[in-house]
Write a protein that binds this ligand. Sequence first.
Ligand SMILES: NC(=O)c1ccc[n+]([C@@H]2O[C@H](COP(=O)([O-])OP(=O)(O)OC[C@H]3O[C@@H](n4cnc5c(N)ncnc54)[C@H](OP(=O)(O)O)[C@@H]3O)[C@@H](O)[C@H]2O)c1
Length: 316
Amino acid sequence: MNAALVTAWGAAPHYTVVPAPTARDGEVLVDVLAVGLHPRTRSGAAGAHYTSTGRLPLIPGVDGVGRRPDGRLVYFAADDDVDGTMADRAAIDPRRAIELPEGVDVARIAAAMNPAMSSWVALRARVRFEAGKRVLVLGATGNAGSMAVQIAKLLGAGTVVAAGRDRARLNAITGADARVPLTDDAEATASALSAMAADVDIVLDYLWGVPTQRAIVALLTARSDRSRPLDWVQIGSVAGPTLELPSAALRSANLRLLGSGQGAVSPRGYLAELPALVERIDAGEVSVSPRAAALADVERVWGEPEVPGERIVLTP
Ligand SMILES: NC(=O)c1ccc[n+]([C@@H]2O[C@H](COP(=O)([O-])OP(=O)(O)OC[C@H]3O[C@@H](n4cnc5c(N)ncnc54)[C@H](OP(=O)(O)O)[C@@H]3O)[C@@H](O)[C@H]2O)c1
């Protein structure tokens, strides 16, 4: 079969012929219809994701939409393995797949599920989220962050504050009640965050690194009631893998740091949440802009600069 194949860490995959996969115990072979090129896919192909196995060559791709031999259409997530989803066929574990309604837009599903589930699962499975809660999305200008703003609203958030560094993208986000530009001016950013988001209940954090370090201090300092819980959910780390956290932050306020991702939530936990999310995406309640490309062009599109707001979707 044809597949994308990564043969060196960090290099773009080549489109080539590889042996077709065989289904192991309990697995089924699906014809792959659409695969999103997510940041998670890139970090896996660079050997830099926390689930990386360290084995090469590998077929990249963490999820996709496919057709089972019995004709059923499914969204599926790959195992943390060397055989990903950017191929004509993939062997899938049915326990990591959900059936999709016929007629669903497969490119939209392939583009949206990975970024959208980051906030959907965080709010539904990691924190006690009730209608009316106030949410800050830190790093709201990417695919996952802008969907997080919409999803927090869909799930009943009272107020959603969007914070991000790209002004144009920030202004274009649908559903935000307030917007905070994150700039290199640490003082101005801290005071804008304090003014708009001091009393939020939940932070969905796609940034980490220095911007998060500054934001934690800014928010905790400005809270009107420091004993009121603040659930800070670590989801992405586009601004840096680590930060320095003053110990006082955890004593002087009711800051509860936790993460949401593979591991923090079990495959079963993810799966339970996905059908309801598919309905919302299919109903057009989450904005998504898939950019279609042929799998045969994977090497070229892999190296192209990302277009903000778009998600490349490869079709075998
Ligand atoms: N844990 C989970 O369940 C889960 C699921 C999906 C995604 N994620 C993670 O979430 C993150 C975002 O994913 P995505 O799909 O939204 O990626 P994306 O569409 O590529 O968006 C990333 C955004 O981050 C912004 N950015 C980069 N560096 C920044 C910085 N220093 N300060 C502020 N903004 C910065 C970029 O905006 P500008 O360059 O335009 O400013 C870009 O729009 C990734 O780390 C991904 O791995 C986690």
